[in-house]
Design a protein around this ligand. Sequence first.
Ligand code: GTP
Ligand code: MG
Length: 622
Amino acid sequence: MICLMRRLRNLHPGRKFGLKLRSSSTSATGTLPETKCNYEDFIDNRQQQAKCSILVQVSSERSYPELYNYCSRFGSIVNAHHYCLRHDDELNYILLEYAREEEASAAIDAGGVTDEMSGTPVRSPFLWFRASTGKKKESISSSTMPHPGLLSIDGCRPIGQENLLSLLRKAENIDRQIVELHQNSQLNDLGVRMRFLAALQIQQSISGMFPSAQAVPFGSSVNGFGKMGCDLDLILRFDKERGAKNHQQTEPSRLIYHLKENLSNGRSQTQRQMESIGDLLHLFLPGVCHVRRILQARVPIIKYHHEHLNLEVDLSMSNLSGFYMSELLYMFGELDTRVRPLTFTIRRWAQSCGLTNPSPGRWISNFSLSCLVIFFLQQLRQPILPSIGSLVKAADADDFRVTEDGINCTFVRDLERLNFQSRNTSKLSELLLQFFEFYSQFDFHNRAISLNEARSLAKPDHSAIYIVNPLEQLLNVSKNVSLEECERLRIEVRNAAWLLESEVENSSSVKEGNEHPETIWGLLNLFKHPEKTIVRPNMFFKPRMVEVSDLFENGMSPTGTPPAGVTYKNPSIRQQVQNIKASTRNELKQMRGSSSSATSASAAAASSSSSAPTSSKNKRSR
Ligand code: GTP
Ligand code: MG
């Protein structure tokens, strides 16, 4: 029975978990009925799963029987996954899950250090399996002991581009292509486990001083819109209530902790705390390297790379609304089985035509793109998703959430209570085409997009694209997007609509057995592909990346006088322009200064955080 519950827990977001499940009717796309899971239960279950897990570096997956035998002395192992990281060497890891938290703890407590290692010993779930010093006989017999098979081998390797394209070529129709794309590129169960283990490492490293601190993943790692290899967004929470909740007190305690009073305002306090936490990660946590502190940003973050998990992490302490936003996205994904495959396809299309870019800039972000998809699904004549306003209306006292900085994140959490059932039976391919057609005609110039009201509103300012931030309605989620990028989006959605139109109309002609697997058809037409060059009207735009300094320094004299050919009739305008240029030059100088010191700091971080070379550990391990 325990095993069955465990198996249920091992599933991916968007699939079933042990708690608060309900089944929905068969989806319009004809897939099997799905069950829905509450987000908080999903997070709690994954956190619990991480507490029951250890990650062990081994020489190859063939070490598994011996590792299983050795680690079984600490408790009952319920499952195991293998993955491999390829750098100069091949690094192999096995993630073991025990039935109970205490068993994983016992395994970690039994860990030791060797004389060969420098560095301060740190207790963590990241271990390596060294060669047996005992008799050879023991290791031979152990490898023949019965053990459950590995649930995955090389389990975090993303599908290769060629394989994916080949699958898409062979699919029966566009609907199947969309489903294949989603199923083969979404973050898998092992990917989610690895991300929750990274979170647990942060949490446990500070738990002595902050027993109620929680490091919780959010963003695409948990909202069901993440693809293999996606970054991990983490929030470190120091909620005061959680401590009391954890101790299951029935009445408020009369014993109150003495605290150190905050010495400065909230923001600089957070920045200083994050600086200390950054130092802690950089100096002590195994696997954590290339630590960068970006503390002046609107949401201060610490970025780092985890070398055992091959993961880029963004850690914040003050972005609780981002966390609740992920919950909203997760719920929308759970509400209808078409939402995630459609969003995946649109994200992939946007990436392939260069509308999105992994680094932030004046282009549309994946998050804004997801908002466009959700809005499109809300405003249909037969809506597939409800407005956020209706989620707020259906909330009760249990759903009340307000962040420390006063942002109201109250909306219904129990999907059962929402009682929303879409009557829209459109196929994925039809929705995809309608999405492109809808945004080809959308009046970005005058209208703002409101997911709260599921309708467009008059645009309150001159931003190129205005998407009302669902949780902070005075803000624009896509404020960063430039006019040029908005224009590119409009052109690309038109291109896509044009390319898809005839294919979707003919989609009744199912490609039986697909006699021409080499043909580029359906989604493949949408994704930029070397075999097919799409002529885009936007090819006449200037390159998107411009050195800001070029704009100011070209033709400018060292004293800041205007370049030849520019005359100002009004002397006060001339003065104003000169002042703006001078201050911008100063800012650029400062930015260059700080980025070069950040680079040297991160280089130092990178060099000092890898205390024992992983590859040499690998050679010593079994
Ligand atoms: P990728 O990292 O591109 O895979 O997608 P992501 O969804 O993780 O986006 P990102 O890392 O940029 O942001 C992480 C999460 O923060 C998002 O999923 C949202 O939940 C939240 N978020 C991002 N931008 C905003 C914003 O402007 N307002 C609010 N309230 N939340 C945001
Ligand atoms: Mg992210």
